[in-house]
Design a binder for this molecule. Structure first.
Ligand code: FA5
Length: 346
């Protein structure tokens, strides 16, 4: 017994000493002190010993149990401490380092201007309507009185998709879609993206328009002038020069183009040291709007009686307005996502 106790003590202490994880130490504990453990079995065997040997053997076995329990607990604590020290070392954080600065996003200048335009019209009681960016030929051209092979189609270089579908070249098709499904009186604006095969300092292949139209009995060109003058004076300032020029659109008669005095060169046509103004191309004016009285032909397409109803419509270029408002001389800046540019707004 003495010898086997000594061997047991040696073996178990050795194993405890070499344990490197909580799992390993738990294994040793179960194998030694658990229900079927080696020491537990020996304790159970006490009853089979001759009565005179029992007290001494019992004392030795209990001493061993106490020793094992203490050592297991010590080793367990050591392993935990080592693990904690390793975590602290591996996950060390220098709390004196400056934190990461999260930059606050800003609203894109075009969104700012778009929201401002919408606000002005909203204040005048206009509703907002939307339509698809991928349009059919009928709504983008035909119903706007631009038949196949009509030279007016050349006014807007079109991106065709397939099967007669195209990227809408203007927001005017939403006039048709709205009038097809609703009856006058109507007072609507249509903000949205439009697409044309155009690309230079004042033309972008994707740009934004706000379409607007008002249809009722007795709407006149004076209403058109009144609404647009008020809107432009709200967006710019009361003293900004606005001019209406006769023009042509197949879907309005009479038609006008509306220019605003170039705010980049102050209407002079030249900037610093006599350099030609790139934005207004030395004219002192920049076209921002097309407008007119809705052509009776368009009313016929949507089933309105042109004898009863009249209306005006307009389409304004949002980028052009933003360029004038913020003094930007190249439309492409809006789409380059250069943070140095975008940080200046909002
Ligand atoms: C039209 O698109 C007509 N649908 C507007 C209209 C609506 C007239 C209702 C009558 C009644 P226009 O092609 O002129 O018209 O374009 C309107 C405005 O969009 C222009 O005044 C200009 O400000 C802007 N624009 C046109 N092409 C571009 C372009 N490539 N990039 C940026 N802005 C543009």
């Amino acid at each position: 017994m003495n010898e086997s106790l000594e061997t047991l003590q040696q073996e178990v202490l050795e194993r405890i000493h070499h344990c490197n994880s909580e799992t390993e130490i738990e294994e040793v504990r179960v194998e030694t002190l658990g229900r079927g453990g080696r020491l537990t079995s020996m304790l159970r065997g006490l009853k089979d010993l001759p009565a005179e040997e029992r007290p001494r053997a019992g004392e030795q076995l209990n001493r061993l149990r106490k020793l094992f329990e203490e050592r297991i607990e010590d080793r367990f604590r050591q392993i935990k401490e080592q693990a904690r020290a390793k975590t602290l070392k591996d996950e060390w954080i220098d709390i004196t380092l400056p934190g990461t600065r999260w930059e606050r996003g800003r609203i894109h200048p075009l969104t700012l201007v778009m929201d401002e335009i919408i606000d002005v019209f909203w204040g005048m009681g206009f509703e907002i309507a939307r339509g698809p960016d991928i349009e059919d030929d009928y709504h983008n051209f035909e119903a706007l009185n631009i038949p196949q092979d009509h030279p007016a189609r050349d006014m807007q270089d079109t991106f065709f998709v397939s099967n007669g579908m195209l990227l809408r070249t203007h927001t005017s098709p939403v006039q048709i879609r709205t009038m097809e499904s609703r009856k006058p009186p109507l007072q609507i604006i249509v903000p949205g993206a439009v697409y044309r095969h155009d690309d230079d300092a004042t033309h972008s292949p994707m740009f934004h328009q706000v379409e607007g139209f008002m249809v009722d009995r007795h709407i006149t060109f004076a209403d058109l002038k009144g609404v647009l003058t008020h809107v432009l004076q709200q967006i710019f300032s009361q003293d900004t020069g606005v001019r209406f020029r006769p023009s042509f659109f197949p879907f309005t008669e009479p038609s006008a183009e509306i220019d605003i005095q170039c705010l980049i060169c102050g209407g002079k046509g030249t900037i610093l040291e006599g350099q030609t103004c790139r934005v207004c191309k030395a004219t002192g004016w920049l076209e921002i709007l097309g407008a007119g009285m809705i052509d009776p032909e368009v009313f016929r397409f949507v089933g309105y009686d042109p004898e009863k109803f009249s209306g005006f419509a307009f389409g304004m270029g949002v980028e052009r307005i933003a360029m004038l408002k913020y003094g930007i001389d190249d439309i492409r800046l809006f789409f380059q996502n250069d943070l140095r540019f975008l940080r200046q707004f909002g």
